[in-house]
Design a protein around this ligand. Structure first.
Ligand code: SF4
Length: 110
């Protein structure tokens, strides 16, 4: 009985292992990670989740109407709260955020 139970347990492990390995090897896309303001790269570029909270003294180029959703590097869909940013390796930034790498989207692409 105990031998039969061991055999069945080994059978389950043996059958499940290839499926688990295949899902890992086939590169199922991991869930996007949110960019934190405390991230060293975010800090270096002055990223703020709220564009209104950008340090105006440090980033004189910042304008009140500049937000991630209007940036050429923003890959989120219009109307969504956040989206991947090309400047931060696809990490999620808030649509209302901003950083010093801001590059205005061409008008037609908004
Ligand atoms: S590069 Fe553009 S989309 Fe990315 S965080 Fe900076 S302002 Fe936002």
């Amino acid at each position: 009985m105990n031998t039969r139970r061991n055999f069945l347990a080994q059978l389950v492990v043996t059958a499940a292992t290839p499926a688990l390995l295949c899902s890992k090897l086939l590169g199922q896309t991991p869930a996007p990670v949110k960019l934190e303001e405390s991230d060293p790269m975010a800090t270096a570029l002055g990223y703020k989740e709220d564009s209104a909270k950008v340090d105006a003294a440090k980033y004189a180029q910042h304008k009140a109407d500049q937000k991630c959703s209007g940036c050429a590097l923003y890959q989120g869909k219009a109307g969504e709260a956040n989206g991947p940013c090309a400047a931060f390796g696809g990490k999620l930034v808030l649509a209302g955020g901003w950083c010093a790498a801001f590059a205005k989207k061409p008008e037609a692409a908004k």
